[in-house]
Design a protein around this ligand. Structure first.
Ligand SMILES: Nc1ncnc2c1ncn2[C@@H]1O[C@H](COP(=O)(O)OP(=O)(O)OP(=O)(O)O)[C@@H](O)[C@H]1O
Length: 281
């Protein structure tokens, strides 16, 4: 396993040294998942240790079925771990089988499909979590306008989801996930259903949003080049059962651009990961 500390990650780790638990930091110890109660059970994730410091953009990469989604959904509180500890900002997400809602509020999720409600306008979709929290309408509108500006779709407040392109719908989904200002954004193949050009554009946008907001981002992808483009660190998982094969620091300068992808350093990361993936698939 290689674990070389990039300067940025190192700075974050040193801040995380002591004192109060860090905003957006995730810590897992011996986190494990078995599916099913009867044989043959599926060992989806072997006991896994991983620390994700505040503000990191961490990418989970690996062959199909290696447990990426399982791990992300466990971090997001959608799947209960079979065993192990999962701390979000120093607090356990689960206590005696009960998910802790105040911890959950630090986590926003974005999936491959935008999952917007077709009967709500874009503004109302984005503001829905705020409505559920009881925020008055005028405040919700103002918050939605700010969020839509941040994700680059100002002016589409009153449109219906069907009137937006796939990329625009994903922007709205990101805005909705950020609406209650969670410290952590969890993304499961968020751009997997988009065409290549839109996907490149969305990767640029995500990098911008991440650097503007300082959120911790954990993103699942099948795409090696997407992983290298976005990540501070890439966690490569191997299958049967899922476990960490390699942790790779991506030490490329930011902001990364289309030109970054043409550099020898970028290509070296891609080639290296291709070899590693071939070896474990
Ligand atoms: N609800 C479930 N019940 C039983 N087995 C499951 C369940 N969900 C996932 N699995 C199994 O757990 C393993 C890990 O699945 P997971 O979806 O986490 O992998 P993944 O790396 O995200 O895959 P992909 O890249 O294809 O989405 C697989 O063997 C899968 O078949």
């Amino acid at each position: 396993m290689i674990e070389t500390a990039a300067p940025r990650a190192r700075a974050i780790e040193s801040q995380a040294g002591g004192g109060a638990p860090h905003k957006g930091a995730i810590r897992m110890e011996a986190l494990e998942k078995w599916y099913g109660t009867r044989d043959p059970r599926v060992h989806a994730l072997a006991p896994t240790d991983l620390n994700i410091p505040e503000g990191e953009l961490l990418v989970l990469l690996g062959p199909s079925g290696c447990g990426k989604t399982t791990l992300l959904r466990m971090i997001g509180g959608l799947i209960e771990p079979t065993s192990g500890d999962l701390l979000v900002e120093g607090r356990p997400l689960w206590r005696d089988g009960v998910r802790q809602n105040e911890v959950l509020s630090e986590l926003g999720m974005v999936f491959q499909e935008a999952n917007l409600f077709p009967w709500l306008t874009i503004e109302d979709n984005v503001a829905l979590p705020l409505e559920l929290k009881g925020m008055p309408k005028a405040e919700r509108r103002a918050a939605a306008a700010k969020l839509l500006k941040m994700v680059g779709i100002s002016g589409f407040e009153k449109r219906w989801p069907r009137e937006l392109s796939g990329g625009m719908r994903q922007r709205a989904a990101i805005a909705r996930a950020l609406s209650y200002d969670p410290h952590i954004l969890l993304m499961d193949e968020p751009f997997g259903a988009l065409d290549a050009m839109t996907r490149d554009q969305m990767n640029l946008e995500l990098q911008r949003i991440w650097s503007e907001t300082g959120k911790t981002v954990v993103l699942v992808t099948h795409s090696i080049s997407e992983a290298v483009f976005l990540a501070d660190r890439i966690v490569l998982l191997s299958p049967r059962p899922g476990k960490i094969d390699t942790i790779l620091n991506v030490d490329l300068p930011r902001p990364r651009t289309a030109e970054t992808q043409a550099t020898p350093a970028f290509q070296d990361y891609v080639r290296d990961l291709h070899h590693r993936l071939a070896a474990i698939s």
